[in-house]
Design a binder for this molecule. Structure first.
Ligand code: SF4
Length: 389
């Protein structure tokens, strides 16, 4: 029975987001190295080795990248991603791959994201083609196809192949990402990705180093994603004692509002998961405190998530000009929709930033469900247990 690593090494093709590196005069680097710029780690990889993400590797001076499989497939309300200013109520056909460039101890998708680091994370991949995925998304009535559940940047070539097909079918496309990008990968994605959610986990570089990253490339990417015209929403999972101080949240919110007060900021509740079981679950009071901080910093759209029923109307969209309620939500469920066909407040005419449809298309599902394709699809191989080194 093959190990997951062996199976994944066969479902690859040569990547596009890399360049060969010549040997250095000092002899520090031999011939055959490559530079991968798919994420902010900017790995320089010798022949025979993999990058930090473990799913992109150098074989014979060429970078090979994941291709032709899915680690998980699910249909989600687009509010779960969360995108609140993009086609409310729509179904987002959600594709996950395996691996990540960070290793957050509280990851809520660790079974897929840590599949090559943690022997307990075993998620058998399924063989799929872009055509099959898009056909299934359209059949189910999805309006968007989204790369999510692990870090999409590390499988960007495969995502773009799917998104090209999705665009032909008239679907919106999206990334649910940690934002650890590079200018070059964002240029590569821009023609094919409409919606970009960044999980801004902290405003402290020391915290990011604990998670395996650095804050600088992430803040730079957030500025660029907004400037390049992706539709950007930001999420911060509030973890008691880790990132929920007034000072850190104020600096984070002021950073976002300095880019644009129109960037929606979602503050969401942590629950004990994976290896982080010490902090308590986030209480509603913390979400409401963070939401006030966001408003004080000048953000016009701040949402409190993961605790429906405990945060009042903080899940709803209000007109920042006249205060009218425009989208009434409870969890992922849309209870009311009042935007005009032009995406404006019907009471005062203020334009609301986002990617709106001419009219509300109803809601196909307010809870996630599995597509038929996933239920009937055979795994690529039977994976040996506890072998994901
Ligand atoms: S995607 Fe990021 S972590 Fe993976 S090889 Fe490329 S630069 Fe390194």
């Amino acid at each position: 029975m093959p190990a997951l690593k062996e199976v994944l090494e066969k479902t690859v093709r040569e990547g596009e987001l890399y360049e060969p590196l010549g040997p250095t005069a000092s002899g520090e680097r031999a011939a055959g190295w490559v530079h991968c710029y798919a994420c902010g780690h900017d790995c320089k990889i010798p022949d025979g080795q993999a990058g930090v993400c473990k799913v992109r590797f150098n074989r014979g001076g060429k970078l090979f990248v994941p291709w032709g499989y899915a680690g998980s497939l699910q249909c989600d309300p687009i509010e779960k991603k969360p995108f609140f200013h993009a086609v409310p109520g729509a179904l987002a056909f959600s594709l996950g791959m395996l691996g990540c460039d960070l290793h957050c101890s509280y990851c809520q998708n660790w079974v897929t994201s840590q599949a090559l680091r943690d022997p307990d994370a075993v998620s058998p991949p399924m063989r799929v083609t872009p055509e099959e995925l898009v056909e299934e998304a359209v059949r189910l009535g999805a309006r968007a196809i989204v790369s999510t559940y692990n870090e999409p940047l590390i499988t960007s070539e495969w995502a773009v192949a799917i998104f090209k097909e999705a665009k032909r079918a008239g679907l919106l496309t999206g990334y649910v990402s940690n934002g650890n990008a590079t200018p070059r990968v964002l240029e590569y994605l821009r023609p094919w990705v409409d919606l970009y959610k960044v999980d801004l986990k902290s405003f402290d570089d020391r915290h990011y180093r604990q998670l395996g990253g650095r804050i600088a490339p992430i803040l730079d990417s957030i500025r660029r994603i907004h400037a390049m015209g992706f539709w950007l929403e930001i999420v911060t999972l509030l973890i008691p004692g880790f990132n929920d101080s007034d000072d850190e949240l104020t600096r984070l919110a002021e950073f976002l509002s300095g880019i644009s007060p129109d960037i929606p900021w979602h503050v969401t509740a942590f629950h004990k998961d994976y290896k982080m079981t010490d902090p308590d679950n986030t209480p509603a009071e913390t979400l409401l405190r963070a939401a006030e901080i966001g408003k004080r910093a000048g953000l016009r759209f701040v949402y409190a998530g993961n605790l429906p029923g405990y945060v009042g109307d903080r899940e709803c969209t209000f007109c920042p000009q006249c205060g009218a309620m425009l989208v009434d939500r409870y969890g992922y469920h849309i209870r009311g929709y009042r935007l005009t066909p032009a995406g404006a407040c019907p009471d005062c005419g203020t334009k609301i930033p986002g990617r709106w449809e001419r009219e509300f298309g109803g809601q196909l599902a307010s809870v996630p469900f599995l597509p038929r394709a996933r239920r009937r699809r055979e795994p690529l191989a039977t994976i040996a247990p506890n072998c994901g080194t």
